[in-house]
Design a protein around this ligand. Structure first.
Ligand code: PLP
Length: 307
């Protein structure tokens, strides 16, 4: 894998300075961020993003140099930071840093551009209290086989009730935090069960989301997705898919859906920025309808539109 294009965001949050000097804004850099070498050490072993997973991130899909959902990602980045009581990201700086990373990267059909903001160095150590922030761009994995053939999915209990975001906001459900070890563990469990991915359910039986994707369900001409108040991440791809479906006259809705109702779907998809729309062709060992044509149309739309 090639070395990512790395940009260190030196002024990532509104209204604070980060202790860096004006030299950081010299030739070859833009105010607020600076190009760096990802093959060199850049991160402290005392960074809370590393030692506690205490931070937030986004992954933006860039197709042929365009980032169609950048605004939605920046908005969600700010919401995640707010849920973690992190300082407010300066979205203008982040937007320019993302565009600079795209420009600095050699041309590639699809890039995954990651934005990371951590709480910074552990308290008591020199440099504590200053967020750490960077943008890294690298070519995306090729998900064509999954898009064309679909995936096998198992449902797994996440262990939280559907109302956990309201009752226990400190669990940070609905924030895109750096603590993805649980999501990775769930994917390993899926592999042990002979599947490719997971749909999480709440402990009281509602459909939630996948470890790195939103769920989309089709029943006739009606498309639905689990509602964001169920303690799930509001998907930028799901939002774009709904916009597309509405143009074609389909009904769309955010709902509370019982896991037992998944079986009556005419088709099911997992939606996410880089992998885009992949059809679920098998759920807990039972076949699910595969709408090949609509899957292809969704992916064409997701890759093509935007700035
Ligand atoms: N849900 C979770 C838990 C995710 O991690 C992701 C993306 O990584 C999504 C949903 C889908 O979000 P998006 O479509 O913005 O990529």
């Amino acid at each position: 894998m090639p070395v990512p294009t790395l940009i260190l965001v030196t002024h990532p949050v509104v209204g604070t300075t980060d202790g860096r000097t004006d030299d950081d804004h010299s030739a070859g850099s833009q105010p607020g961020f600076v190009l760096a070498d990802a093959s060199l050490p850049q991160l402290s072993v005392l960074d809370l993003g590393v030692t506690r997973g205490d931070g937030v991130f986004e992954t933006v899909m860039v197709s042929e140099g365009r980032a169609p959902a950048i605004d939605a990602h920046l908005g969600r980045f700010a919401s995640s930071a707010a849920l973690l009581d992190l300082p407010r990201p300066d979205l203008d700086v982040w937007r320019r840093a993302v565009l600079a990373a795209i420009d600095a990267h050699p041309p590639a059909p699809v890039l995954a551009v990651k934005l990371v903001l951590t709480r910074g160095i552990e308290s008591g150590a020199p440099g504590a209290g200053v967020p750490t922030a960077w943008v890294a761009a690298q070519p995306a994995r090729d998900f064509t086989p999954q898009r064309e053939n679909g995936i096998r999915v198992v449902t797994l209990d996440r262990g939280y009730r559907h109302d956990v975001a309201a009752t226990s906001p400190w669990l940070l459900q609905g924030a895109k935090t750096l603590s993805y070890a649980i999501n990775a563990a769930a994917l390993r469990e899926a592999a042990r069960r002979g599947a490719d991915d997971v749909i999480f359910t709440s402990s009281d039986g509602f459909v939630l989301e996948a470890p790195t994707a939103s769920v989309l369900l089709r029943e006739g001409n009606r498309f639905s997705t689990p509602a964001p108040e169920l303690g799930i991440l509001p998907g930028t791809t799901q939002r774009r898919v709904f916009e597309f479906l509405k143009v074609y006259g389909y009904e769309t809705d955010a709902v509370r859906l019982r896991a037992s109702e998944l079986g009556r779907a005419d088709a099911l998809w997992l939606l996410s920025s880089v992998r885009q729309a992949v059809a679920v062709v098998e759920l807990d060992g039972s076949a699910v309808g595969f709408d090949r044509e609509l899957t292809a149309q969704l992916n064409e739309h997701l890759a093509a539109s935007g700035r």
